[in-house]
Design a protein around this ligand. Structure first.
Ligand code: GLC
Length: 450
């Protein structure tokens, strides 16, 4: 897939790469195998902010306990100065740890894996530079800083300066690590929720960012690449007026163009804009645009899923959505059929892009053939989890792209909470590596560089 990453044209990126000095060897760690201990994770980047506590033991599977707390991100947190956002996270974790009785008087300070789901230039396992914010986030003072340093400072402000933040990772990487923990065939970690992204396991020598010495120094010779595929854009990606208008109205116009056609934050809004244009041109609702339809955000991805899945004779579920979301209580059957069709096409386009991007990554790693062992993608995120018909659309598109036999070797594993658990597992692996620095490495499933 050719494309644009981070909003920069490919040619600019290539020029940037030429000028960039060779990087020091990339930090490495093992995929978690059999670490033990108590670890926390903070997971932020969608509509909820999550804190996780994981206790690992040496039983088969290794997970003795997992506790989580999800908190909807308040509107103000998307736009406040960066320190406020990080304070919310540090305080949220400390309150949670105290509430479940594992932090506080006489307890060890927390060891934390930080799943921060934005494009970062990762310079060490526990350090990076935020390149840009995406989705709804617009916090001043975040871009260009190290999210780990910001979080450490927030822990200090919250009275816990000894908190250890040992790993920084993207949710796609956490999903890959978490998904692979239970299924060794997993080569791709994919997010399809508020945003979309994927990480995959690559041969180190194929990564231009790593110089030869760094690539060859990696045990196992493999690295994890965070593709940031939501940021791809290309002239071959057809766009509609609705896409262009939607993009112009977002906080990060011109960025994340594939994400804006694929992910949960946008599918409802694409559908709404298409319905407005059909109503204004007289094809829908006898040309009367329901008042509420003009309000951005009134059609959600959940509405799209309900209409698309409506198999009732009179399209009753679609009627209910139109009444609830738009206050349109007297719709004709033809109106409802057209609304359902629009919703279907919006979701189908997303699923076909999803399948195309998965197929492209499988091709890149040589796992798109009709023979060989099966390969799996661990997929996390609300759209994949809750949109009942989505998986079928994606699977059909994979068959179309790869052929029946190759597609039958590809498993799309629906995983839940993998990025948060993965963050805690990577914190365990990083902590283990730090404590045993210089000792013979523990047997590991795979070597990863992030
Ligand atoms: C956005 C972010 C990316 C993240 C994805 C899913 O695309 O840029 O880093 O992985 O959303 O949360």
């Amino acid at each position: 897939m050719r494309g644009r990453e981070g909003g920069r044209p490919a040619s600019a990126r290539a020029r940037g790469r030429e000028k960039r000095p060779a990087r020091p060897p990339t930090p490495t760690l093992s995929f978690p195998s059999h670490e033990t201990g108590h670890y926390f994770a903070i997971d932020i980047g969608g509509t909820n902010f999550r804190v996780v506590y994981v206790s690992l033991d040496d039983s088969p599977g290794g997970v003795a306990a997992v506790e989580m707390r999800d908190t909807p991100i308040p509107d103000a947190a998307y736009i406040c100065p960066a320190a406020g956002l990080f304070d919310m996270m540090a305080r949220g974790l400390l309150d949670f740890g105290r509430d479940i009785g594992v932090l506080g008087e006489g307890e060890q300070p927390p060891t934390v894996g930080f799943c921060f789901s934005f494009p970062c230039d990762q310079t060490a396992l526990d350090a990076g530079v935020l390149l840009k914010l995406t989705k709804r986030f617009q916090n001043e003072g975040a871009v260009g800083t190290d999210p780990v340093e910001q979080l450490r400072a927030a822990f200090a402000r919250a009275g816990e300066p000894a908190a250890k933040v040992v790993a920084l990772l993207n949710d796609s990487v956490g999903t890959l690590a978490g998904g692979r923990y239970t299924d060794p065939a997993v080569e791709l970690g994919v997010i399809l929720g508020t945003g979309t992204n994927a990480a995959y396991v690559e041969t180190a020598t194929s990564v231009p960012k790593l110089d030869a010495a760094a690539a060859n120094s990696l045990r196992g010779g493999r690295v994890v690449v965070n593709t940031e595929w939501g940021g791809f854009a290309d002239d071959s990606l057809p766009t509609l007026d609705a896409d262009r208008e939607l993009d112009a109205a977002t906080p990060h116009a011109g960025e994340q163009l594939m994400e804006k056609q694929m992910s949960g934050m946008y599918l409802g809004e694409v559908a709404r804009r298409l319905l407005v244009s059909l109503a204004s041109s007289g094809v829908l609702f006898s040309g009367r645009v329901p008042k509420r339809l003009a309000e951005p955000g009134c059609v959600t991805t959940a509405h799209v899923a309900r209409c698309d899945g409506d198999r009732s004779l009179a399209l009753a579920a679609t009627a209910a959505v139109l009444a609830d979301a738009l206050g349109a209580t007297t719709t004709s059957y033809l109106d409802r059929r057209l609304v359902r069709r629009v919703c279907h096409l919006v979701a189908l386009r997303s699923a076909r892009l999803f399948a195309t991007a998965v197929a492209a990554l499988l091709r890149q790693i040589g796992r798109d053939a009709s023979s060989g062992p099966p390969v799996a993608a661990a997929v996390d995120g609300g759209v994949f989890e809750h949109y009942a018909l989505y998986r079928g659309y994606a699977t059909a598109a994979l068959v179309e792209l790869l052929g029946r036999s190759a597609a039958s070797r590809v498993r799309l594993n629906r995983v839940r909470d993998a990025s948060s658990r993965g963050a805690a597992f990577l914190a365990a692996a990083a902590d283990h590596a730090a404590q045993h620095a210089g000792a013979a490495p523990a047997p590991a499933r795979e070597l990863v560089a992030v």
